[in-house]
Design a protein around this ligand. Sequence first.
Ligand SMILES: Cc1ncc(COP(=O)(O)O)c(C=O)c1O
Length: 496
Amino acid sequence: MSKKANQTSAALITILASSKDDGRSLYDNVYRAIRKAILERHLPPGSRLPSTRVLAGDLNVSRNTVESAYAQLEAEGFTRPHVGSGTYVRDVVVQRSGSVQKTAVGRRPMNPQETLSQRGKLIWSTGGCPEPLQVRAFSAGMPALEDFPTEIWQRLCSRRLRSMKGPMLGYGNPQGADQLRSVIAQYLATARGVRCIPEQILILTSSQQGLDLCVRLLADPREMVWLEDPGYLGARNAFLASGATVVPVPVDDEGLQVSVGTKKAPKARLAYVTPSHQYPTGVTLSLNRRIALLDWAEATKAWVIEDDYDSEFHYAGRPVAAIQGLAASDRVIYVGTFSKVMFPNLRIAYMVVPPALIDSFVTGRSLLDGHSPTFFQSVLADFMEGGHFAVHLRRMRLLYRARRDFLLDIAQERLSNWLEFGALDGGLQVPAYCKIPINDERFSKRASSVGLELPPISKLYLTEPAKPGWIVGFSALTPTQISSGMDRLSELLDTL
Ligand SMILES: Cc1ncc(COP(=O)(O)O)c(C=O)c1O
């Protein structure tokens, strides 16, 4: 045997010994060892593998085992046989796989400027829409997870699990399960004044997915989209990532200033609004502005995206009905989510789509991720049909109102020199504006170092002057958490 073949066998024996996994078959271990040697260039392009007989002897395995490993490598394009002279490592595959391998193990960090497409760079530059993974004072927009009726939920899950067989294991309807679409349509008609039939409902993984779909399907790159200023970062980033031009439209105590939008960008394709409970100010869009917005959309054939993310939680009287129900025309796309009224990990949201757009939205959705798991859609529909959803909402409304009142009482007692709260009628958080000029972003970092989560409001503004302050969540916090969080916050404010 040649010296080279000897060295190759020795390298393979070393790799095999270091990566051998007794849970895998012998053939698989040999195949993986050779593949690793090729990717890491212990076996460079053009080099010849030892004959199956020699390698089988060196590795002390059967010749069949080596032959199967060689056949697999050849089938995957790592090697090519040469009649009469043996098996050789291919060139091109080695270079490509080698670079994939390097990135995967993180030896060479990716430089997005070199690697990504123009679209990819845009997506990356937004920073995405990550949500905090833990609940602490003053996590915002988070339901009281400890108070969710898990026993009922588990019982309904178990019942559905028993029928999870046969056809239930196959693909589901990309538009969503019929039963869930019907219950949502009924619920929206009574609770939110939304006018729709189940055929207009599209089940989604999240509102975020809905915003992404809307901008992709309805606005071309550089076309204009109105965004409330200050406004929701998830919406801003979805629109920017798609290449749309985001036009900030200021918000006052009547909500979006429609007249400014019509002056700045009369030909915008989309307007994003949170009319029932503006994010983050909490104000409600006045009726005059609602009508002006719909008139503009109708006249210019623009679309209004109504993000109704937390209007179920209204603590003084009934919430204002959705704009979608007001519209004589079909220019409104209504987006709702179960992240707040149930729990975020459920990953079920929905959109009410005007009839003209249903087919294109269902097609677009099927390209994103097919459909949401039918299992949880069915359990959720059972939960709603069984009356548990209504009971849960009533309980949470009372709980959150009590938590909000508790937070405001303490804040009034201890923090009134520093903070002034914005609209308080509903939602899972309140904006707290700072009475003195302050860099709210820097303060948020200091707060984070003492275990407080206080997202700065100035980051949600697209134009100056931003009103400094923080978004203060209360719904997920017990009185003890609120009280100790307030202690830490007042200590920190005292150092200013
Ligand atoms: C205005 C607004 N819309 C939508 C959402 C998120 O909903 P989802 O979890 O369904 O994406 C949030 C979450 O905080 C929000 O504040």
